[in-house]
Design a binder for this molecule. Structure first.
Ligand code: UDP
Length: 328
């Protein structure tokens, strides 16, 4: 199946049938790399990789990476491992807390342990969620992580990803494993599903179907959205960058928009007649739910390492998501 140069980098993407993973697979194939995707389709979808299946250098396995013998074989065959498999999405995390913690910690532990045996480079996808309730703006990689109480399920996601980061850095420092940790900020684009609570696909679907656009809280909370194509470009560049080894790097855009502003923009660009409704957090998620008010990355480390950061404008991004859902 592989018709690439025998020297092509062989990559393994865990969670490669997910939203970000499938875009990363496509980008790495475009770069001439050989790509193997492993995904259990728990939140990923086979349609995400349909178009890739005919491409030279692409292969995939549908399996749970907690099956260690299988994961060991896949790790052995790769030069670089992008570990994206995780429980993601605030709704999923609030609704499936056991799965979040077990998947996020257990899988990363297995990937690092197996990669370390063969000294394979690992790029870990972490999240801006780890900054928690820190109110410094922008977030720099060495800022404190400020978590809420363990009684609130949301924080299990941040804590589980923080443990992943500690473990990856420990493997690097104590055993010399080449690792790079990318803290991804809100990433959006075609193929992202609203099923796990992500705001942009939810708003676009609501607007296109003429249903109320549900803004949680008072809508003054803001986020910086980056286009998935630029995010995967950054991930691939970080994997190639020697100076990024052993580092934590923010990956995101600095263009900030309030959630109420995003709802207005989606309404305008879809031409929808949907109403914008405000839903209290307690109803949207769970009693006592805590949201982050702002989340802006400092991208100077990313820029100094790879020479760029995501910049696509929010209108263009929203239009790409509308185009994707209209086609469907
Ligand atoms: N949100 C919203 N309506 C929705 C889904 C999400 O107002 O239907 C809000 C959510 O409360 C948060 C922001 O949009 O303030 C971003 O949510 P998302 O789950 O996409 O990402 P987060 O930044 O919370 O990880």
């Amino acid at each position: 199946m592989n018709q690439l140069s025998p020297k092509a980098t062989r990559t393994l993407i865990t969670g490669g049938a997910g939203f970000i993973g499938s875009h990363l697979a496509e980008h790495l194939l475009d770069l001439g790399q050989e790509v193997h995707v492993v995904d259990d389709l728990s939140t990923g979808a086979i349609e995400n990789i349909d178009a890739l299946r005919q491409r030279p250098g692409f292969s995939h396995t549908i399996a749970d990476i907690r099956e260690e013998p299988l994961l060991a074989e896949l790790v052995d065959r790769a030069d670089v491992i992008y570990h994206l498999a995780a429980a993601v999405g605030v709704r999923l995390i609030v609704e499936s807390p056991v799965r979040t913690i077990e998947t996020n910690i257990g899988c990363t532990e297995s990937v690092l342990k197996l990669a370390n045996k063969k000294r394979k480079k690992v790029v870990i996808a972490s999240t801006s969620e780890v900054y928690g309730k820190n109110d410094q703006v922008p977030f720099r990689e060495d800022h404190d992580l400020v978590m809420g109480p363990t009684s609130k399920a949301r924080w299990s996601y941040a804590c589980s990803k923080a443990i992943d980061e500690f473990l990856a850095l420990a493997y690097h420092r104590a055993r010399g494993l080449p690792v790079v940790i990318a803290r991804l900020f809100n990433t959006v684009g075609p193929r992202q599903t609203g099923r796990y609570g992500m705001v942009l696909p939810s708003f676009v679907l609501q607007a296109l179907m003429g249903k109320p656009i549900t803004v949680y809280g008072d809508g003054s909370q803001s986020r910086c959205f980056s286009y998935v194509g630029e995010v995967v470009h950054a991930l691939a560049a970080l994997a190639e960058c020697e100076a990024a080894v052993g580092q934590v790097v923010n990956v995101g855009s600095q263009q900030e928009i309030s959630i109420a502003g995003l709802a207005e923009l989606v309404k305008e660009l879809t031409g929808s007649t949907s109403r914008i409704v405000y839903v209290p957090y307690d109803q949207a998620y769970e009693e006592g739910f805590e949201d982050m008010q702002r989340r802006v990355p400092d991208v100077s480390r990313l820029e100094s390492l790879v020479g760029f950061s995501p910049r696509m404008g929010i209108r263009e991004i929203v239009e790409s998501v509308i185009g994707f859902y209209r086609e469907r």
